[in-house]
Design a protein around this ligand. Structure first.
Ligand SMILES: C[S@@+](CC[C@H](N)C(=O)[O-])C[C@H]1O[C@@H](n2cnc3c(N)ncnc32)[C@H](O)[C@@H]1O
Length: 327
């Protein structure tokens, strides 16, 4: 596996069984290799400065505008090749989502063992569908590593899940999963950077889930994509977001010939990735008319105990709600 792919895989799948963000802190440097990961790791001023210098150098040696435009226009085909090569085997099921986003449980029969606090979370506490059926929409669903755990967990008849991706290969993988039931789920090909209408009406979705997807869009396409998605939410509906953060190890490892724009890169396999600050995320989502409920930087030190290696990871996690003007 190429280095870029290995980094992507480790960044998006290694924390499948971890406890909720923020619960394990490194108090003494002597303990660093006693666990695989530490939360809320403070960076030293030197570390920040070095990261800034790396990113500045990458940008000063970035690809030509022409090369960048070509790479961006080829990106959807690259995701198709990615799923044709890896099928459903690359990303692991994202069970950690239920720890970070307990709203994904609607109080079905499994819900009593869900959250880190041991509490079942009924969607009434979050945003239950008012007209009987509750509808979730996952954006950039890939091979279904979120879709199927969510469907398995919310197993009652008034729950429905939409899932889209602009890779037709990804959607074919989702539809050929033995757990894919068209009565409970609709997977469809959709490019969120386009203004092609979605198959559901505005104001009809309770929760939108977008995990490591917005980062695949060029910066100038992000706000429009989020605005169109926010329109799909019911009043009171929730947008759940997680993606790469500024100066994540994956960013600092890129060679300059992978830099397309500031903080925007092309991986070895031709897929694209942007690294966000929480202020940028706030500006995009609040600009789409949503209200911030959470916007955290998940700074984690992962260690390879066998090789005694430290990996400084940075992810952003956020929740934004659509105002309910009636309440
Ligand atoms: C890093 S993968 C994450 C997949 C999945 N969300 C997960 O967490 O396992 C990014 C996904 O976003 C999809 N994607 C990228 N750009 C997109 C776009 N403009 N519209 C829809 N999907 C897109 C890709 O095809 C890919 O499946």
């Amino acid at each position: 596996m190429a280095m870029a792919e290995a980094t992507q895989k480790s960044s998006e799948s290694c924390d499948v069984t971890r406890p909720q963000f923020g619960s394990r802190h490194l108090k003494s440097e002597n303990d660093v290799f006693k666990h695989n990961a530490w939360d809320n790791v403070q960076w030293t001023p030197d570390q920040e400065e070095q990261a800034l210098a790396v990113v500045k150098r990458q940008y000063s040696e970035k690809l030509s505008e022409e090369a960048g435009i070509k790479i961006i226009s080829d990106a959807s085909g690259k995701w198709n090749s990615f799923y044709e090569k890896h099928d459903a085997k690359f990303f692991k099921d994202r069970h950690w989502l239920f720890t970070e986003f307990p709203e994904l449980f609607r109080g079905s029969k499994h819900n009593s063992s869900v959250t880190s606090a041991g509490e079942g979370v009924n969607i009434k506490d979050g945003c239950r569908g008012q007209n009987g059926q509750t509808k979730f929409l996952e954006i950039g669903c890939g091979a279904g590593n979120t879709v199927f755990p969510v469907l398995r967990t919310n197993d009652d008849p008034d729950f429905f899940m939409y899932a889209c991706d602009y890779s037709s290969s990804a959607i074919n993988i989702v539809k050929s999963n033995p757990d894919y039931d068209p009565k409970r789920c609709h997977a469809f090909v959709h490019d969120i950077s386009s203004d092609t209408p979605y198959p559901m009406p505005d104001g009809s979705v309770d929760i939108i889930i977008m995990i490591f997807v917005l980062s695949a869009l060029p910066r100038e396409k992000m706000a429009g994509a989020v605005r169109r998605l926010a329109a799909l939410l019911k009043p009171g509906g929730l947008f759940l977001f997680r993606d790469y953060g500024r100066y994540d190890m994956a960013q600092l490892r890129f060679k300059s010939d992978r830099c397309i724009e500031e903080n925007f890169y092309c991986r070895g396999d031709g897929t694209l990735v942007y690294f966000f600050t929480s202020e940028e995320i706030r500006s995009i989502f609040v600009g789409a008319g949503l209200v911030e409920e959470q916007n955290i930087v998940d700074r984690r030190l992962q260690v390879n105990r066998a090789k005694q290696i430290r990996m400084y990871r940075v992810w952003n996690q956020a929740k934004f709600r659509k105002p309910d003007l009636a309440t």
